[in-house]
Design a protein around this ligand. Structure first.
Ligand code: HEM
Length: 145
């Protein structure tokens, strides 16, 4: 059913393009919000709700193309870098859904120069480290065969 992924010329290329576009929107949005929380982006006139639609468009793209990579070549699942990456994706995803949203919402939508409590900064730093780990492990996938 998924032979076309690696059987059709350029199919894999376009899946990679949309995988990169997807994680750029998803991780990019999270990084910008985390950097704002950490006070590294100051007086930025945007709030979380501006980025959420783009972030979830990205998440949809990256999950769909990621699934197609693995459906097209199940051997990927034996790749240690992909295994660690998927573990980090789940951990980072749960963190975003449970902690980030609860801890960060009110802060991000407050006036941009409102003091950010330490716990929200810890949440932002943890989120940054987890998604950075995903990107590093992902980049290692082609080198693990
Ligand atoms: C939000 C989650 C995700 C992020 C941030 C992400 C990020 C990345 C990045 C940065 C790359 C390297 C792209 C390159 O430079 O060539 C990559 C490749 C890859 N990703 Fe993901 N990814 C995510 C989810 C997934 C999922 C859910 C799967 C599978 C179920 C997956 C499977 C793959 C595979 C197989 C490759 C290697 C493709 C190749 O051979 O070059 N990804 N991903």
């Amino acid at each position: 059913m998924f032979d076309w992924v690696f059987g059709t010329p350029s199919a894999f290329l376009w899946l990679e393009v949309f995988h990169v576009l997807g994680f750029s929107l998803w991780v990019g949005s999270i990084f910008i919000l985390d950097l704002k929380l950490l006070g590294l982006i100051k007086r930025a006139p945007f709030y979380r709700y501006h980025l959420v639609p783009w972030a979830y468009l990205g998440l949809g793209l990256v999950l769909l193309t990621g699934f197609l990579f693995v459906a097209g070549d199940p051997y990927y699942l034996e790749n240690p870098a992909l295994q660690i990456k998927l573990g980090l994706v789940v951990a980072a995803g749960v963190f975003v859904m449970v902690f980030h949203q609860r801890l960060v919402d009110t802060q991000l939508d407050a006036a941009s120069d409102a003091p950010v409590p330490a716990i929200a900064k810890v949440a932002a730093a943890t989120s940054l480290i987890l998604w950075l780990g995903v990107l590093i492990m992902a980049r290692m996938i082609p080198y693990q065969y």
